[in-house]
Write a protein that binds this ligand. Structure first.
Ligand code: GTP
Ligand code: SPV
Ligand code: MN
Length: 597
């Protein structure tokens, strides 16, 4: 019981529908976290890792049919279909609730229903937003403990106020004598549904990541993007980093890259250029509001990292490795004989005698992958060796530059600066990227992923672009961040990356803040401003012959081929498309044709 009548009534109503054996109100304590881990060990969901290598940590292995977000099962159930827009699955709220009600009926039988009051953002801060997740998964409770601020203090702040309602069930009821399975889920039915007008989330059938940890993508992006539109701010799929130059001057940068396209890595990067320092504010989500000073300020609503494990190593992301020394939950990684986790590229040499994520014997040289490509770690943000001291500042940090990006093997140069805010919005709106293992489906297919929000925007994407465009009227344009497009993923004819990436990306960040400070040179091209010859610091960097030219080259033919793709993409939005974005497509084509002559 709480002091919130709406919450109590809702909990009773859901308990009556779902029929759990008992209801547990989460207090957010260490004892509660430990109890969740114990339950998972008992049911075979988790195995403890060796205490001398990763104290307080476990490995969890999911069912192979439940390993990533399910975009084709994700719905935005607004009253009007047009308010969900052409990029979202839609069903009328009443119809969807009727379907879901039957699925949820009795779905928690034999299980405990946990009531998780959580805060996105520091508890009690004016920018924080409260949600309550009801779930029958101890894995969700433990992960929510790390990823959000959970507990009784949230209820104190909530008082009798409103909150985002998140209902989650793995959809695997247990009969009286049924043994539990290591990864309960529902093979047949999966639904990740959002009711933006009533600020509700109903998620059924999956226990994995963004499908089940409802504070993350469902609340902090899909529902929050609608709240942000209504209240005049932005909820974005962005990392937030603090960059300090050798003279001690500080700049804050956000970056929107699609899932598994480099946010966590950039947020924790170890610069290769002397005297520069990066500290982390957030690695996945940014909420941004115009502050009293007229600047766009960003906070990280999360409290932990749910990061991609494969590819993470001392060489690529030492600060992620340094965050993972204990108190971590690893999901779908391999396990070594001495009780540690392992994943592809974690060490130069793969282990011998390991167990893969499907619990099969695995050893160095085995052809299949040891870890699932979307294997993840969950770890408290405060464990990051380079977490910025101000990472929980309720005022947020003032943003100097916003990056958009994606995986593009051709056409899109290493870095391009937008001419102005509208052009920056155009760059974000037309961003393309190759799909990754973060969502179920084909990998490596080029698709438009506007602002890296394609799977996360809770309303019509054209209205969302329009909302972005309004920021030029919300403050003086000079106070808005500059906008850049970056691409670490260009490949040469040999199929190898042209740019070394990771810590070397600090060279691009350096050019960007020097542009902000007005000291770096750029040249105008039809697609935006690129570094002038010599302006990008490549001191001490060994690049292949001709690589730099290719990285900074504006491929006029390639971009002329891109224009019809952009127009097709825009055409999907009919007359809801902001006219200023359509005009930018025309401008782009015109200047490309001039450049071609
Ligand atoms: P989500 O958590 O799914 O939102 O992903 P993310 O955007 O945080 O991506 P992350 O930083 O975890 O990187 C995903 C994959 O891209 C990892 O396998 C990285 O090793 C790889 N990656 C990240 N940065 C770079 C880079 O600069 N160059 C190259 N080639 N690969 C990179
Ligand atoms: C993403 O897919 O962008 C993630 C992982 O950050 S999940 O939480 O599963 O959405
Ligand atoms: Mn993400």
């Amino acid at each position: 019981m709480s002091r919130n009548a709406m919450l109590d009534a809702w909990v009773s109503e859901v308990a009556a529908l779902c029929g759990p054996e008992r209801v547990h109100w989460c207090d957010g304590s260490k004892a509660e976290y430990d109890a969740m881990i114990r339950v998972m060990i008992q049911t075979g969901t988790a195995v403890p890792l060796a205490d001398d290598t990763r104290p307080g940590s476990v490995l969890v292995r999911s069912h192979p049919a439940d390993v990533a977000r399910v975009e084709d099962r994700t719905y935005i159930c607004s009253t009007n279909k047009d308010d969900a827009g052409p990029t979202n699955n839609w069903m009328a709220p009443a119809e969807m609730k009727a379907t879901l009600t039957e699925l949820f009926r009795g779905s928690m039988a034999g299980r405990t229903m946990y009531v998780i009051p959580y805060s996105m953002g520091p508890i009690g801060s004016p920018i924080a937003n409260i949600g309550v997740e009801l779930t029958d998964s101890p894995y969700v409770v433990a992960n929510m403990h790390i990823m959000t601020r959970v507990g009784s203090a949230v209820l104190d702040v909530l008082g009798d106020g409103g909150f985002v309602r998140g209902l989650h069930s793995v959809g695997a009821p247990l009969g009286a004598n049924d043994p539990d399975s290591p990864w309960p889920h529902n093979l047949e039915h999966k639904y990740i549904c959002h009711f933006p007008e009533t600020r509700e989330i109903w998620s059924f059938g999956s226990g994995y990541g963004g499908n089940a940890l409802l504070g993350k993508k469902c609340h902090a992006l899909r529902i929050a993007s609608v709240q942000a539109r209504d209240e005049g701010w932005l909820a974005e799929h962005m990392l937030i980093l603090k960059l300090t130059n050798p003279e001690g001057r500080v700049h804050y940068i956000t970056g929107a890259f699609p899932s598994a396209c480099g946010k966590t890595n950039l947020a924790m990067l170890t610069p290769t250029i002397p005297g520069w320092k990066v500290e982390t504010i957030g690695d996945d989500i940014a909420w941004m509001k115009i502050g009293r000073d007229g600047r766009l300020r960003a906070i990280n609503p999360e409290a932990g990292f749910f990061g991609v494990a494969p590819g993470t190593s001392e060489a690529t992301n030492a600060n992620a490795m340094g965050s993972l020394t204990g108190n971590a939950i690893f999901t779908n990684c391999a396990m070594t004989e001495d009780g540690d986790v392992w994943w592809e590229q974690m060490t130069d040499e793969a282990p011998e005698g390991a167990t893969d994520w499907l619990r099969r014997p695995w050893s160095r040289g085995t052809a299949r992958k040891a870890a699932h490509p979307n294997a993840r770690f969950t770890v408290p943000a405060r464990q990051c060796p380079v977490i910025a001291p101000e990472w929980e500042d309720p005022e947020g940090v003032p943003i100097d530059a916003i990056l958009f990006g994606g995986r593009r093997t051709s056409t899109v140069p290493l870095v391009t600066e937008a001419f102005d805010w509208t052009h920056g919005t155009f760059m974000g709106a037309t961003a393309g990227s190759e799909t990754t293992a973060a969502a179920v489906g084909a990998v490596g297919q080029l698709r438009r992923d506007p602002m890296a929000m394609l799977p996360f925007c809770g309303y019509n994407m054209a209205d969302y672009w329009n909302h972005w465009l309004t920021f030029e009227q919300r403050t003086s344009p000079a106070k808005l961040p500059r906008v850049y497009f970056v691409n670490w993923f260009l490949k040469g004819p040999d199929g190898k990356f042209l740019w070394p990436g990771y810590g070397e990306n600090s060279r691009v960040l350096k050019w960007i803040v020097e542009r902000v400070e007005g000291t770096a040179e750029a040249v105008d091209t039809p697609i935006g401003r690129v570094p002038a010859p010599g302006a990008l610091d490549i001191d001490g960097l060994q690049l292949a012959d001709g690589a730099l030219e290719r990285l900074l080259d504006v491929d006029i033919e390639g971009w002329l081929n891109e224009v019809p793709l952009i127009r097709d993409h825009f055409a999907k939005f009919g007359d809801r498309l902001p006219t200023s974005l359509a005009a930018r497509a025309d401008d782009l084509e015109r200047s490309l044709l001039v450049a071609q002559e």
